[in-house]
Each structure stands twice: as structure tokens, then as C-alpha cells.
Design a protein around this ligand. Structure first.
Ligand code: ZN
Length: 244
């Protein structure tokens, strides 16, 4: 499968960029993972919108859903032009029923429930979930196909269960929103060393860091991850694709 980085920022996008989001492709199927601010513009660098097949949302914070509304407008225009053939599926949990219902719009997009206890088939991937520790209910996501897997932590504090969930993944895309000095002070996120620790304990083959802060020197976050993970680690790089 192929993964492309659309955006890397937590909270809000940097100038002309997008919040943390990724495009997964396999066997001609294209799935957008999270759809926050700036994502709809940025993803068009890599695909026509009409060639997207699904979107999966980890949780209902603006930096993960802000562009759902404009995605729905794109689907509506696409349907009017008959370029989009059928309602576009947007997968999200329904613990917040109002937000889940907002994924469905005028018959052009359709909310599809994901549940932590159930694997779901999305195109060529079997997708499974792990509840994270975050101010709102949030799911880490694991996409598996043909013996390969990519895990997205989504937004979370350190949680032991994420080690088993990420076990032996070919790629771990971990949030690393915190500088080390904020661990235990700012809740709901991990630091670089914690992302590295997760990658190390899970024995993943490669680690990408995302959901980065706009302040400070983010190289410190990468260096912190390198202190706890002995494998290959880098920032998720906007526009960079990797075959897994
Ligand atoms: Zn969040």
C-alpha cells in the first residue's frame, strides 16, 4: 500500500499547509485519514477529489474534521456533474451522535459507524481500532492488507494498550505534539520520547511523527524520539509518499 502525507500540524495548520492527515492507496482504492483544516485543498496535490473512495475520522476535533463540510460540498457538486457516482462514505464513531449524524449530508455523503470492538472492511483494508486517551472520544486506527499494516495513533496520551495494538506494524504514524517538558502538564497528547517508546516497545519497522506543534524548535521532538526508538524515525513530510 502507498501512504502520502497531506498535513502534519496539530490544532491548526501552518501557513498554506494542513492539519495532520494522510492519503492511503491500495489496489486503486483511496482513503483519506482525517480531514481537518487545509486538507481538502492540500489533498488535491495528490488526487482528484472524485477519485477518493472513503474518509475515516479518528475523532471530532476541528483539526480532524474542519474540512468535512467542504468535502461534502465537493461531493454535492460532483454528484450534480455526475462525476461522483454514489454517496461518499465517511467513517467515524457514533459516541457523539450529533457529530456522527453530521457526516451524512443530503445523500451525497453517508456516515458509516466504526466501533472499537469491531473490525471493518474499508476497500482493500481490514481496519481495527483502539480507544485513546484524549479529551474527547478518539480512536487509533490500524489499516491492514496483504500482511502489511499501518497504525495511526490519532490523538492520545501514553496508553499501554497502544503497544499491543501497534505490535509489529510496518509503519507507525504517531502523534508527537508535546515537548518533553509538557508531559504530565498538557493532557491528551504524547511527546517525541513517548512516540519513540511506543515504536520501540511495539517493535514497529518505521516511525513517522505527526500532529506537531507550531511553536518551539520541532527538531527537539525528533531528537527525543531518537532517544527511545532505535529504528528508523522521521517527521511525516508533506507530499512525501512511501510504499509499504
Ligand atoms: Zn484532538
Amino acid at each position: 500500500m502507498k501512504i502520502t502525507t497531506i498535513g502534519i500540524w496539530g490544532g491548526y495548520p501552518n501557513k498554506n499547509e494542513a492539519t495532520s492527515s494522510f492519503l492511503l492507496e491500495h489496489e486503486g482504492f483511496r482513503c483519506l485519514v482525517d480531514c481537518g483544516s487545509g486538507v481538502l485543498a492540500a489533498v488535491q496535490n495528490y488526487t482528484e477529489l472524485r477519485d477518493l473512495d472513503a474518509a475515516v475520522i479518528s475523532h471530532y476535533h476541528p483539526d480532524h474534521i474542519a474540512d468535512i463540510g467542504v468535502l461534502q460540498h465537493a461531493a454535492m457538486v460532483g454528484m450534480q456533474l455526475k462525476e461522483w457516482k454514489k454517496p461518499f462514505p465517511i467513517y467515524g464513531h457514533d459516541r457523539d451522535s450529533e457529530m456522527f449524524q453530521s457526516l451524512s449530508y443530503k445523500g451525497v455523503t453517508e456516515g458509516q459507524v466504526i466501533d472499537v470492538s469491531q473490525k471493518v472492511q474499508i476497500g482493500p483494508w481490514e481496519v481495527s481500532f483502539c480507544e485513546t486517551i484524549h479529551p474527547v472520544y478518539c480512536l487509533a486506527l490500524k489499516f491492514s492488507a496483504e500482511g502489511k499494516s499501518v497504525v495511526f495513533t490519532a490523538d492520545t496520551e501514553w496508553k499501554d494498550e497502544l503497544v499491543a495494538f501497534s505490535k509489529d506494524a510496518d509503519l507507525l504514524v504517531s502523534e508527537a505534539n508535546l515537548y518533553e517538558k509538557y508531559v504530565g502538564i498538557i493532557k491528551g497528547h504524547m511527546s517525541g520520547s513517548q512516540a519513540g517508546q511506543l515504536a520501540e516497545q511495539a517493535g514497529v519497522k518505521e516511525l513517522w511523527l505527526t500532529h506537531l506543534p507550531q511553536y518551539g524548535d520541532i527538531r527537539e521532538i525528533l531528537e527525543a524520539a531518537q532517544t527511545s526508538y532505535t529504528g528508523k524515525v522521521q517527521f511525516a513530510k508533506i507530499g512525501y509518499s512511501s510504499e509499504i
